[in-house]
Design a protein around this ligand. Structure first.
Ligand SMILES: [Zn+2]
Length: 348
């Protein structure tokens, strides 16, 4: 659908598939340090960011999202590289813009919770506004189709993000997503349906939830958001097996170490394709129009989401066909001696 805007794609029951998760995937590939989680890779290895963006689109994403998540002044100060802040943002935007043009996908800017927010300190609020402003202005200069403001566990910081997009964004649409903590409300105690409605009433084009929770603990929050909001809603979980007992990825305990799995052992809790497919089916049933995956996203999971939402991305050509497998496949295609190897997988 080249050329269609975000709103046009979402109109009349349409949907937008969105690949996030650059931070974790590039961490797992050895190009980004866990802890600070600063997307320096956009400057050091732009080719890796570009190829991952292309990979996600190949698997069904409708969006080339600039990897400026945590590419903010506070994070760059943390690693002593504030002087490279603008360069990082420009590089990330250049990469996503190029891929969007080449693939006919939407080009999105992005900023996250500031990690410098303190609602009780006027100076902090001013500082956060300045941080949002500069990232929004760089995104607009690069010609983004819309801006994603995400992973806010506080509605007040999310509202400031939205207000900044309205004030400095020259009219680009805003997608604002909240990050659901273990308690199931914003940090201020506001239920997510109320918080999302507030964002929608104040002009966000899409509102919803992303990050921290996996499919099974994010989904129960969605029906109320659907009921409260008139416009498109978003759901982008992490791809880890969170539970009622451990509702966020940060709460997961690694069975080998007995310690917090986040971030080094988090892959031990990864969801598979079946779980992601079921998640996407539930979202479709609830009426989630802006659907995607966050931390832990990989192309094979993105493809499941895209297919449930009626797409046939190029990666569908390579979806599993176990009938061709030499051990578990169609017995007609192989010697009995070969397929009888099956027993060797199970018998002890
Ligand atoms: Zn995430």
């Amino acid at each position: 659908m080249p050329g269609k805007s975000l709103e046009e794609r979402l109109a009349n029951g349409g949907s937008v598939i969105v690949a996030e998760g650059f931070l974790f995937e590039l961490m797992h590939r050895g190009y980004l340090q866990a802890g600070g989680f600063v997307p320096e890779v956009c400057i050091r290895h732009p080719d890796k960011v570009k190829s991952l963006t292309e990979e996600y689109i190949h698997a069904g994403s409708d969006v080339a999202l600039a990897f400026t998540f945590y590419g903010n002044r506070e994070k760059m100060r943390l690693i002593g590289k504030e002087d490279e802040l603008k360069l990082l943002n420009q590089k990330a935007l250049e990469i996503a813009g190029e891929v969007a043009r080449e693939t006919g996908t939407l080009f999105a800017g992005n900023f996250a919770n500031s990690t410098a927010w303190n609602p009780n300190n006027a100076e902090s609020i001013e500082k956060v506004e300045a941080m949002f402003k500069e990232q929004i202005e760089w995104a607009v200069e690069a010609g983004v189709d819309y801006i994603v403001a995400e992973t806010f566990s506080e509605i007040d910081e999310a509202m400031l993000g939205l207000e900044c997009i309205k004030k400095y964004g020259k009219g680009v649409p805003a997608v604002v997503t909240l990050c659901p903590p273990a308690a199931g409300t914003t940090r201020e105690g506001v239920p997510f349906d109320v918080a999302c409605k507030k964002l929608e009433d104040n002009g966000a084009t899409v509102v919803g939830l992303n990050c921290w929770r996996g499919p099974s603990t994010i989904l129960p929050l969605m029906p109320k958001i659907r009921a409260a909001c008139k416009g498109p809603i978003a759901c982008l979980p992490v791809t880890f097996q969170t539970t009622c007992e451990h509702p966020t990825m940060q709460a997961l305990i690694n069975p080998v170490s007995g310690k917090q799995a986040f971030p080094e052992d988090i892959s031990a809790h990864a969801t598979g394709r079946t779980e992601i497919r079921k998640f996407a089916e539930s979202c479709k049933e609830i009426g989630v129009e802006y659907i995607g995956l966050c931390c832990g996203n990989q192309a094979h999971l993105m493809r499941e989401v895209a297919e449930v939402y009626g797409r046939t991305p190029p990666a569908s050509k390579y979806k599993a066909d176990m009938s061709k497998h030499w051990v578990f496949g169609d017995k007609q295609k192989f010697q009995d001696y070969t397929t009888s190897m099956r027993d060797e997988c199970f018998k002890t």
